[in-house]
Design a protein around this ligand. Sequence first.
Ligand code: URA
Length: 228
Amino acid sequence: MRIDKYLAHNQFGSRNDVKKILKDKLVYVNDELVTKASYQVNLDKDIVTVNDEVIEYLEKFYVMINKPTGYICSHHSNLYPSVLELLPFDPDNTIMVGRLDVDTEGLLLITNDGQFSHRIAHGKKDITKTYFVKLRDDFNKKYIDIFKEGILMDESILKPAETEVLSNDTLLLTISEGKYHQVKRMMHYADNEVIYLKRMSIGKLQLDEHLELGAYRHLTDEEIAYFD
Ligand code: URA
């Protein structure tokens, strides 16, 4: 594996951050100074150090990315690039937890831990997701109660949704399922249309407001434990 991928995978930030660590001559492999991002590390026998600290290869990773629009949550790029192109991980081993549409921004979880992903996407506990929604027209407040009761979608009644009206045409909508285009379809039901959508949180996990669009960071142990 390339040394820049190895370090980015192990919490040293983006590949650009890693380039800087390499340029600053902080990285050694088996006591040999390495400055080239393309240097190949052998995961079975090489010992990597940064600033004299041994960097073990992380088995499991848990990352949040602030997904920009124009990227798809799919392993393969088609008309649009895959969001995985923004990350240093091997796509074959990577799971996107709860997908976002190409024109949706915000919090997306990426991991290689299948059980973690399963607990969030299909676990027994309902995990809420909160979206910031901007609408084409003013929101008709009668739908606050209607969404709370649950509307019919794909032949079943949706679980109660919470609507917090922020202004005439912006909302925070909290839902606990993840049906295809769910938020957009709920807004169509309310005779309206979503013109901007951003996921702000999943359960207790909030999108880190310091993350620029397209940037990612590893979750803290406390954040990972939200989903135990
Ligand atoms: N609901 C949608 O309509 N789109 C998303 O990307 C997420 C939820």
